[in-house]
Write a new protein. Sequence first.
Length: 366
Amino acid sequence: MTAGLFRVALCLLLGTLLFGCSPSAREDGDSQTNWLEACRDDSSCISGSKCLCGVCTGSCSETKACSVVLRGGSCIPATEPGVIAQCGGNPPPAAGLCLPRCADDGTCDKGQVCVAGICSPLPVSSVEVNVDLDTRHQELVGFGASVAYGEGQVTGHPQQSTLYQKIFADLGLDILRFRNRYGHAGDDDLSTAGDLVAAGSATLGRPLGVFLGSWSPPPALKANNALLCSGNVQTCTLAKTPAGVFDYAGLADHWVNSLAAYAKVGVTPDYVGIQNNPNWLPSSAETMEACKFLPVEGSVSVPVGLTKVRVTYPGLSEAQAAIFSAFSALPTPPKLLAPETSDFDSVADYSPSLDPAKTDALAHQL
């Protein structure tokens, strides 16, 4: 949200208490833009102006200047940010709108704010919301954050106790998302995760929620035999067994062993995500942990150099089913979250293939 739009929202909230959003707003009533009012239809506007984009104004073009009635207004082209902001993020239904320019709120009339260089009237409330506190819907489990690659930076901070106080007690974070490092040679000391969970629980005075996700399976379970990928679209995925099938069983065993290893350092995950960003592959300009999964096992065309080739990838649905089955033998299995795609839109690609009986909640990146 831009600073100007934030001022609009703030003014709406305080409108019953304040005469204007800026102490320098004119209050003498000597307005040169008394036509510039918030509106819902043309009947709300004075003669000579129309209700366009929620404001009484007029359309204009380079060859048709703003009328005498709309004095104080300039013909602002439809492509300017201030006009687009006035129209809710969309171009107006005209080549331009008659609106007064401004440098700050103090150069606009009372009841107006300066948004992207254009005076904008405070909008008229059109919706009344009533909250029924007796009707309960989805439960909010908590607020959290991911430590991913930063566990050591937190546990090794020179003001560690103060930092824990700020993170858990003051900020109120009560869920931490960890990157599964079990089986990652040279990066498999899980004690920092145990230290963080113990510190968070002690500071909160209750158990800290834990979400354990995978940025990549260990090298032995990768087709490229490495954690990191860099443009290798054909091998940045799950390895196959000697029989030529994707090693879903091996991945399930890895997760069971991961939970056992984390339990030894005092970490019992409440939630597990079996692959972070399964729909994404790093380009040749990037070197990052990744492992590609389709919604269900299959082949797709991918660019390799200047051509495209067919590559067969494992399915997230099959992998999740194997892991769910392995977890079923545990005394207290964690909840499975999926698909953890890199954006919200991609959830629709994966969710139809996920068995609701094996998926406790939908998850995605922002």
